[in-house]
Design a protein around this ligand. Structure first.
Ligand SMILES: [Ca+2]
Ligand SMILES: [Ca+2]
Length: 334
């Protein structure tokens, strides 16, 4: 009698099949891992390519901006060769530079006079406070609709000592009580924005004063041919804003700048300034400009890049002593 039974798989065959299963799973896993790795590498490569493109474009934009700065510097040198007696807003340097087309974009820019504004650092120079500049600055604060007492804190911010000026000055003791605490700079202002840290300068005060002041690296007189009415009205206590505004309008309408400060005192309303007042303020006035801000815009591949360059012009040429690159923005508007 033959027995009929279920065929049995030999143990060795079972083991071999199990091994094949594990091997298949391992291969599958490796394929999955290789796929993940490949796609991750591809994504990284694409990111790197994009970053390289961006860096290349940024570098290219910076080179164009520096070329624009160089062009505007040359304009200032040329202006000095044409007329080194005076500087006014009717001269060619004060006109915007023509739009210069480059591959996939354009470069443009303009020069802004900085010597027509009140230099915050004139308040303290050559190791001591300047009482004439302090009086001038107090009158300018008044012209801007602010308390003249703010001047003391502005002086204390930059003077190297820790003694408060008058009753309204402010040194470390005031700033250490703020949240978060900080210290007075006790050195010249490097930019007008620093005023925001000075005691008494909230947004309103800053916005009212900032159009009329600059932070220049050395003592710098004010160019009466480029100064706004508010700055000129602060020259002497007897001047009224309305009368000086009318003079500034007439000044900017004609292209005949004053070539010596003494000419100013013969013109109304400055002819009303007392002789001792005009003599006192004289060192703070000039008819030429030494400091300028070059504002350059580069549009490249649909992105804008802005460069602000602080330029100093002397008899020997133009140097850039400070540069600020503004964040990249998309779009064509500025
Ligand atoms: Ca101080
Ligand atoms: Ca002080």
């Amino acid at each position: 009698m033959r027995s009929i039974g279920i065929p049995r798989i030999a143990p060795s065959t079972q083991f071999a099949s199990g091994q094949r299963g594990v091997a298949l799973l391992t291969i599958l896993l490796m394929v999955v891992m290789a796929t993940i790795l490949a796609s991750s590498l591809l994504a990284r490569q694409q990111r790197m390519l994009k970053q390289s493109e961006l860096l290349l474009r940024q570098d290219q934009a910076l080179q164009y901006a520096l070329a624009g700065e160089g062009f505007l510097g040359d304009v200032l040198v040329a202006d000095q060769k044409i007329n080194n007696k005076s500087d006014s807003l009717s001269e060619s340097w004060a006109q915007p530079m023509p739009v210069y087309p480059v591959e996939d974009g354009a470069v443009t820019g303009k020069l802004l006079d900085q010597s027509g504004k009140f230099n915050l650092n004139d308040l303290y120079h050559d190791g001591q406070p300047d009482p004439v500049a302090l009086e001038y600055f107090k009158r300018l604060l008044d012209q801007a609709g602010l308390s003249a007492e703010l001047a003391n804190a502005v002086l204390d911010w930059q003077d190297p000592d820790k003694e408060t000026t008058g009753n309204t000055g402010a040194e470390d003791s005031v700033y250490q009580g703020k949240r978060p605490p900080y210290r007075a700079a006790n050195r010249p202002f490097t930019q007008v924005d620093e005023l925001r840290l000075v005691q008494g300068f909230d947004d309103n005060a800053f916005n009212a004063l900032s159009p009329f002041v600059v932070a220049l690296p050395q003592y710098s007189p004010i160019n009466v041919n480029t100064a706004p009415a508010q700055v000129l009205a602060a020259l002497a206590p007897s001047l009224t804003s309305a009368a000086v505004t009318a003079w500034v309008k007439a000044r900017d309408a004609k292209s005949q700048p004053i070539e010596a400060v003494s000419e100013l005192w013969s013109q109304a309303p400055f002819d009303q300034v007392a002789a001792n007042d005009s003599a006192r303020i004289k060192p703070m006035l000039d008819v030429k400009s030494q400091f300028f801000e070059a504002q350059i815009q580069v549009m490249l591949s649909g992105r804008q890049r802005h460069l602000r360059s602080s330029l100093y012009r002397s008899d020997t040429g133009v140097v850039c002593y400070q540069r600020t690159l503004l964040p990249v923005r998309s779009g064509a508007t500025s």
